[in-house]
Design a protein around this ligand. Sequence first.
Ligand code: BGC
Length: 712
Amino acid sequence: MLNLCTLTSLFLLSATPLPREDGLRLQEDNIPAIVQALTLEEKATLVVGGGFKSMLSGFLGEKGVRVPGAAGTTRAIPRLGIPSIVLSDGPAGVRIEPTRKRDKDKTFYATAFPTGTILACSWNQEMVEQVGRAMGNEALEYGIDVLLGPGMNLMRNPLCGRNFEYYSEDPVLSGRMAAAMIRGIQSQGVGTSAKHFALNNQETNRAGNDARVDETTARELYLKGFEIAVKEAQPWTVMSSYNKLNGEYTQSNRWLLTEVLRDEWGFEGLVMTDWTGRRNTGRQIAAGNDLMEPGLKSQIRELVSQVKKGKLAEKDLDICVTRILELIVKTPTFKGYAYSESPDLQAHAKLAREAAADGIVLLKNEGTLPLPKTIQEVAVFGVAGYQTCIGGTGSGTVHAPYAIQIPQALQAAGIRVSASIQAIYENYLQKKARKKRKASSMLGEAIPPEFALDAQALEEDRADMALFVIGRQAGEGGDRRLEDDFLLSDIERKNLKAVTTAYHRAGKKVIVVLNIGGVIETASWKDLADAIVVDWQPGQEGAAALVDILTGTVNPSGRLAMTFPIDYFDIPSSANFPYDSQGKGSMNTFRKVRDRGRRNVDFTEYAEGMDVGYRYFNRAGVPVSYPFGFGLSYTEFTRSEIQQAEESDGSVTVCVNVKNTGHAPGREVVMVYGDGVLKGFAKTRRLEPGETETVRIRIAPYLRPRSFLMVS
Ligand code: BGC
């Protein structure tokens, strides 16, 4: 509550500017002096972000906003030369407003890179680092200081609405991918924010849910990826999540933010909250949460009053202020970088295509791919075949300059597209577009639902092969549904049946393309398909990458970063993940979970412990539709026996010779397991038939297994 004294002092603060402290200005080496010179109000101002102005500038106007559409800022203290810095989403590329009212001649589109999931399926750390460099460069050239990514929560359950932003069900794969991304982005002199720390594995009631988990599980699964990212790449910042962890908000959890993150792992950077609003700000500061985002003025007043009343030690506030100043002095804004607002989008588009192709996973191939030369015309079925889902919705959206569509990419590769089928889908999409309200410029769009194909259309279609695209959209603020999402809808099933029946009757093949952000059910229908390709949510160039794979221009080398179960209820966390069979996703709603009789989601019991993903399926011997690490190639590889060497720093180096024994050039993924879990991995370069590469994989001391290492 504000009292009169506080109001008077704030008024006095704005009415009488403080002296310039004899010209004292923030420098890299005078942070302690600056902290001393700051008033209590100024310190409180520094730890509270600049509000929603930049994020909502599309609605509220651009006045006073440096980068419209950026997620947040910090507040400046001009008298001490402390600038405001700019924070922007997110994990698949820079999310800012693509056009500006004040600058109508220019555009500010950013490259929509492949989402986290498909990057992880590449198992290619160098590629991810390269993508990070390009993303970091776009952030730098658009005037951004910290890019709010990578998103790296573990895929505990396939229905989590934000899984598309995340990497894997395995913490080593997640941690390594995040570390590569952080290295890449930070190499450009801009910061990252590893998020959401931690246990934010669902969107349902995300701001109120209490993740109840035992310490071993927390450390070995849900925190391990963050530990790796911190130890291997030192992100400039970490974002504390919305949820609680064992009864305490992560944002005010001293054990998590100070004892584990800093004291044990050696994190040197700053912790900012997710975009929460006001909780107990003093408690957050005392726990080691340095910056409140997006920041409300009432939080500044709250902090001042808490210090004055002795409820918060000023020295705790000083620690957070120091970390904010340490962050600021590293930023391009502080260094006065003259950003161009014109990054090399063409070069980045090329990289986005390569990266997407690297992560596309071939699940099934019965003599169908690569497309033989006899295939001259392909019929594309499915709404997502014409409106590809390049990424998810919410803060992980990117305003891309364009998105290549599958027909366009096929035509560019010299393959005709069935005009009659194309006309049916395009007419449908045009009608939908006419009805659609103006899409939110901020958060991305849903793809329209499927419609039942009419039998006549199939009769008239004369293409040589069918591409049946199944699309899924999901995003921030809601989890996915079981029906019509994890499971195919009735319309999708009927359409798939109709297309496969017609094509197979004519002796032609059907390739199913999964344009999905997270796992869907495959076991009940996979026999119908001659080939199945998962192109995930692959970014703006994804359709071109897909066609590179279909034609064999690129040999598929993606491997699943997660398990595809046979049945949703085979997954142990299905017993307590708050899924809704029919409900619609909405921000922070309590879902009524009819099927399991669960009425609220105040808490989620992580009762399955370590039984997440392949750890469970392998241990319990439960069959799956496609296992973790699975993916086919157009060539074959053999591996030698492994050699292990102990290094003086306590790490182990594993060496394996990988030989391409098939007939097409290609890349292979080598995974090293110890104690039954992934310990390290690497991807070979493109090996010509007959060529061998010695792959070296280092297992850090803190990841060393007790039992023997195995290679897969
Ligand atoms: C999301 C974060 C994001 C932030 C800023 C939040 O709602 O959870 O991932 O960085 O918004 O847009």
